[in-house]
Design a protein around this ligand. Structure first.
Ligand SMILES: Nc1ncnc2c1ncn2[C@@H]1O[C@H](COP(=O)(O)OP(=O)(O)OP(=O)(O)O)[C@@H](O)[C@H]1O
Length: 409
């Protein structure tokens, strides 16, 4: 895909022109999705299966929101229902003050009538057109068609060329679109979408066809375009690091349902369930049984295979409810929240200090990745490069009670 990578795609290349709005204006409106449900007929079993069920979330005006989750959890179906490419069975979609879909009021605007631009996974770049013609497509075939026909060709040309300059493709305007590299095609698709001046930009895994290096560079560019144009953006990805890096807020989907909504930091620090903890970032999930609540209400005692651990119950920013009240759950410990020191004489006295063995030590330059064995349970720890433990050493492992979380399985 990226054989023709040009200078602009090389980290450290000559600076690009400053991104500017030019004459393109996007308003950016709030998106509200309520109770969206969609089932498909399983032809073989002759039954209907839910692709998404009761999906609700809000994307504030001008913000970047991601739908993230494993393959088949319903991300694309949600996006297509919002775009009007699928008819939901139930629910409502509102963009700003406009209801574009509602089963209650029997309203269902066609995709063309919705103030939306969609960049699909394949970019939707047509091979028989020049780069300029692809970017100018909304003016010839979209909502701006009449203005274009009224003799506004000079203004149209100026806007298209300004946008191509913003995405670094003005020099390639006369080339065939197929002569562009993968990264350039992605930028062209984005330019065409922004020229629609949408209230809502929908992006369906737009970086997934690119190699890792280019993906990371383009995600930074994508975020800066989004901020510069102030367009409300809904981004679909199965890549948790992309969702964490780009989003103002995100929804984690699991089997067609919203598992948790919040800012990347809030969800990372306080996952509601073991699924969310495991999907976003790395987590040690240690099976345990609730013993008794300890001290203040938020702290509990959990019996695990390596002893009793003091940890917190889940307290989300969006509700005061516990992640679980079940007796059997998991203790979630992020690898960076574990401290490992060489074992010294005597038993450690701090809470959650346990003796174990370093079974694997990898030096990664900026950190050490260590696996420690605690009575048969293996925990992953990310430690400062200076940590002085070698493979086979006896160690003391410490986890602060406020950095361990008791979650549903
Ligand atoms: N047209 C369809 N007919 C039947 N089932 C469908 C159809 N579209 C989606 N599904 C089913 O709905 C569920 C959700 O699919 P969807 O494509 O929304 O998931 P996704 O999270 O976007 O997955 P991926 O990351 O793999 O693209 C899946 O079980 C899928 O098989």
């Amino acid at each position: 895909m990226t054989a023709n990578v040009d200078q602009r795609e090389t980290p450290g290349a000559a600076p690009r022109p400053a991104v500017g709005r030019g004459s393109v204006r996007t308003r950016g409106e709030t998106l509200q999705v309520s109770g969206l449900t969609k089932s498909f007929l399983d032809a073989r079993q002759k039954t209907r299966a839910f692709a998404i069920e009761d999906i609700s979330f809000e994307v504030p005006k001008g913000s970047f929101f991601s739908l993230v989750g494993p393959s088949g959890c319903g991300k694309t179906t949600t996006l297509r229902c919002i775009a009007g490419l699928e008819n939901a069975d139930r629910g409502e979609v509102r963009i700003g003050d406009a209801v574009v879909f509602s089963t209650a009021s029997r309203r269902n605007l066609s995709p063309e009538e919705r103030p939306i631009a969609l960049v699909p996974q394949s970019y939707g770049i047509w091979p028989h057109m020049s780069v300029y013609d692809v970017a100018a497509f909304p003016f010839k075939h979209g909502r701006f068609r009449r203005a274009h026909r009224r003799g506004n060709r000079q203004a149209t040309k100026r806007r298209v060329m300004e946008m191509l300059e913003v995405v670094g493709l003005d020099h390639a305007a006369t080339r065939w679109s197929t002569q562009l590299s993968g990264g350039q095609q992605q930028r062209l698709a984005l330019a065409r979408a922004l020229l629609c001046e949408p209230d809502l930009l929908l992006l369906d895994e737009p970086l997934s066809n690119l190699d890792a290096k280019l993906r990371s560079q383009l995600r930074t560019e994508l975020k800066s375009f989004q901020q510069d144009f102030g367009v409300t953006t809904l981004y679909v990805t199965h890549d948790q690091s992309e969702a964490l890096a780009l989003s103002d807020s995100l929804a984690v989907l699991n089997a067609g349902r919203v598992e948790q909504v919040g800012s990347p930091k809030a969800i990372y620090d306080s996952p509601r369930s073991s699924f969310v903890a495991d999907f976003l970032g790395s987590a040690n999930l240690v099976p345990g049984t609730l013993v008794t609540p300890f001290g203040d209400d938020d702290e509990v005692h959990v019996r695990t295979a390596f002893g009793v651990v003091r940890c917190m119950r889940f307290r989300g920013e969006d509700s005061g409810t516990d992640g679980t009240s079940a007796v059997d759950g998991n203790v979630c410990i992020r690898p960076e929240d574990i401290d490992v020191q060489p074992a010294t004489t005597g038993q450690p006295s701090q809470p959650n200090a346990l003796t174990g063995t370093a079974v694997s030590v990898e030096f990664l330059g900026h950190m050490q990745h260590m696996i420690v064995d605690l009575s048969g349970t293996k925990l992953h720890a990310y430690l400062p490069p200076s940590t002085a433990c070698r493979q086979g050493d006896p160690v003391i492992v410490t986890v602060r009670p406020d950095r361990a979380l008791y979650l549903s399985r």
